[in-house]
Design a protein around this ligand. Structure first.
Ligand SMILES: CC(C)(COP(=O)(O)OP(=O)(O)OC[C@H]1O[C@@H](n2cnc3c(N)ncnc32)[C@H](O)[C@@H]1OP(=O)(O)O)[C@@H](O)C(=O)NCCC(=O)NCCS
Length: 214
């Protein structure tokens, strides 16, 4: 039987028009937020960076037709402009540094957390990084940020080191977390299994595109 379930959220490239909405989330999500200017610079000039935004899906997409988040990732600016009509619920990005993809940011709007958007964004960055040849993904995370650490652990990141007093706002330590080789068969399988589980969860729950506060 055909499955007409839909993906409740979709991922697009971040565009300059998204920056205001990104900043609204950024200020709530981070104690040391980036500026709008920093995002503007990243989008215009950093060729080694990729940024993604998540929005509630407005068009029906059959899960069977959309096995990977990046299939929903449209590169055209026209498409990205159209997408600004719907609210932005999360974003993520990475820098490609030699053969390492370094996650520079990831956040879900406070009212939309716990619905798999963080996972979808992480999947998009993993797919994006793999596509452009990264060998591994790495990141720094606050030692106290157990929610984010749990998300990363779920996706195979392990702690490989720490940076003492890394965060200038409160002197907190950072944990350095890294994936196995992105292209290893075992890791690809792990990621695809996690993605399948996320989609299955969405299928079971039906379409959830209203925020937790509504
Ligand atoms: C971290 C963050 C991006 C997670 O986004 P999210 O959309 O709520 O995450 P998801 O719903 O996709 O959850 C995926 C996994 O994250 C972890 N997670 C999410 N919320 C959690 C919570 N309240 N407690 C513990 N783990 C949690 C779990 O491992 C979860 O998997 P599970 O559902 O199988 O338990 C979000 O909490 C956020 O924006 N935090 C503020 C910004 C931030 O700290 N960014 C990371 C910087 S390093």
């Amino acid at each position: 039987m055909l499955d007409y379930s839909v993906l409740p959220f979709r991922v697009d490239p971040m565009s300059l028009e998204d920056i205001d909405a990104v900043m609204a989330i950024e200020h709530e999500a981070f104690s040391a937020p980036w500026s709008a200017r920093a995002y503007d610079y990243e989008l215009r000039f950093n060729e080694m960076a990729r940024y993604y935004v998540a929005r509630p899906q407005t068009e029906r997409v059959r899960l069977d037709d959309a096995p990977k988040p990046f299939l929903l990732f449209r590169r055209t600016r026209a498409r990205a402009r159209v997408s600004t009509d719907t609210p932005l619920v999360g974003y993520a990005g990475f820098w490609l540094l030699v053969d390492e993809a370094h996650i520079s940011t990831i956040a879900t709007h406070r009212d939309w957390r716990g619905r798999g958007i963080g996972e979808l964004l992480l999947l998009a960055t993993i797919d994006g990084a793999t596509e452009i040849g990264a060998a591994v993904m790495t990141l720094e995370v606050r030692a106290s940020n157990l929610r984010a650490q749990s998300l990363y652990r779920k996706y195979g990141f392990t702690v490989v080191g720490e940076r003492r007093n890394y965060y200038t706002d409160n002197g907190e330590d950072a944990l350095i977390m890294t994936t196995p080789r992105l292209t290893s068969a075992e890791y690809r399988r792990q990621v695809r299994d996690l993605q399948a589980a996320l989609y299955a969860r969405w299928r079971e729950r039906g379409l959830e595109t209203s925020s937790a506060s509504t």
